[in-house]
Design a protein around this ligand. Structure first.
Ligand code: SF4
Length: 388
């Protein structure tokens, strides 16, 4: 059977904008939700027909934005559209990102029946003042309430997202948030270091002096401290920013990205990687709808694309190494590398590997895979520069 692919669906709507966010998402555009969803379904239909895709789909991810703004019925229809046009495997992982508090009690059970079997909940912090500072519209109480209701509804694969390094956070408050998150015993935890993005309210707050960015050393200490705490609670640190209770609950969808295996993204601003080509859709909701509906999609393989890049083999090899090293346990398997590219990892990256191995940044583990020294996980981007 052909290797499985993954499907991503972008929902670019949010009720309010968080202060740190530079994602492709929009507020005050709820009236576009219905035509947008109709366009996404059309894009899926068109893609399957024009690209003649036969591979099974083993993960679907509804990300955003805020997919939890959609009704269970709208979510069910999106998933059904994927099922109608692809062969979705029986055990497919179907994830939905959720903002705590969005799901009304009576809708929780309905969500379970849409096919979603994994929820990624944007907890971010267990301290209300910090949530307020981030511009989040939910409270800690809503996180706890949503989490427990999801469990009661039978969701047995829940991820919690938390942010560290936010201005005003302290080591103590960070450890408190993490402790509270782990008390819930989620199946998966993602911990993201804050990145101050251009043009965000957070950047203005820092530039104006109303908030003070934390020193890099403090943020690095927060990461180290989190690694220790997660270890004490027996979570598997399988990717730089991701921990899982068991190997079964590691994010299959995200691993598709880290393995550099094909995925199709639908919706405005969505990215795809397929047949050695990277595609990015237009970001604007209006332009996306316009392109899908009036761009003669039946004549165009990528009707909503604003960028199509054919990747060289060397670029793909670099990506396999960079993203593979993010997987702290698995790393890069030299045998699989040779099977995929017909070339030896050591021959292609001879100089880079010689330097990184000599400095102890990477090493070969017992299975013979090239892995990143966990000590350097937090500064891995500097190490990966060697391959750029
Ligand atoms: S909910 Fe997520 S996507 Fe929406 S503004 Fe906040 S961080 Fe951005």
């Amino acid at each position: 059977m052909d290797k499985p692919i993954s499907v991503y669906i972008h929902i670019p709507f949010c009720k309010t904008r968080c202060n740190y966010c530079d994602f492709n998402t929009f507020t005050g555009m709820e009236s576009f939700i219905a035509p947008y969803l109709a366009s996404v379904k059309e894009e899926i239909r068109n893609c399957v027909i024009s690209m003649e895709i036969n591979q099974p789909v083993h993960s679907i991810y509804l990300g955003g934005g805020t997919p939890s703004l959609l009704s269970p019925e709208q979510i069910r229809e999106l998933i059904q559209t994927v099922r109608d046009h692809f062969f979705v495997t029986r055990d497919a992982e179907i994830t939905m990102e959720m903002n705590p508090g969005d799901l009304l009690p009576e809708k929780t059970m309905m969500l379970r029946s849409t096919g979603v079997n994994r929820v990624s909940l944007g907890m971010q912090s267990a301290i209300n003042e910090e949530l307020k500072c981030m511009g989040r519209r939910h409270s800690v109480e809503q996180t706890l309430d949503t989490y427990h209701r999801l469990r009661e509804a039978g969701f047995d694969n829940i991820n919690l997202d938390l942010i560290f390094g936010y201005p005003g956070q302290t080591m103590e408050s960070w450890r408190y948030s993490l402790e509270k998150a782990m008390e819930l015993e989620p199946d998966h935890i993602s911990l993201y270091a804050l990145s101050v993005e251009k043009g965000t309210p957070l950047e203005s707050q820092i530039l104006s002096g109303s908030l003070k960015a934390l020193p890099d050393d403090t943020v690095a200490d927060m990461y180290d401290s989190a690694c220790e705490m997660m270890k004490e609670h027996r979570y598997i640190h399988y990717e730089i920013s991701n921990w899982s209770r068991t190997h079964q609950t590691e994010s299959r969808h995200n691993k598709q990205y880290w393995y550099i295996e094909p995925y199709l993204g639908f919706g405005s601003g969505a990215h795809s990687y397929f047949s050695h080509v990277r595609i990015k859709n237009v970001s604007s909701i209006e332009e996306y709808i316009e392109r899908i509906n009036f761009n003669r999609p039946w004549e165009n393989t990528y009707p909503a694309a604003e960028e199509i890049i054919a990747l060289s083999e060397l670029t793909e090899m670099k990506d396999v190494v960079i993203f593979g090293l993010r997987l702290l346990q698995e790393g890069v398997n030299p045998t699989k590398f040779k099977e995929r590219f017909g070339l030896n990892l050591e021959d292609i990256f001879h100089y880079q590997l010689k330097k990184l191995l000599a400095n102890g940044y990477v090493y070969y583990n017992q299975e013979g895979n090239l892995v990143l020294n966990e000590k350097y996980a937090f500064v891995s981007n500097q190490i990966f520069l060697e391959f750029v």
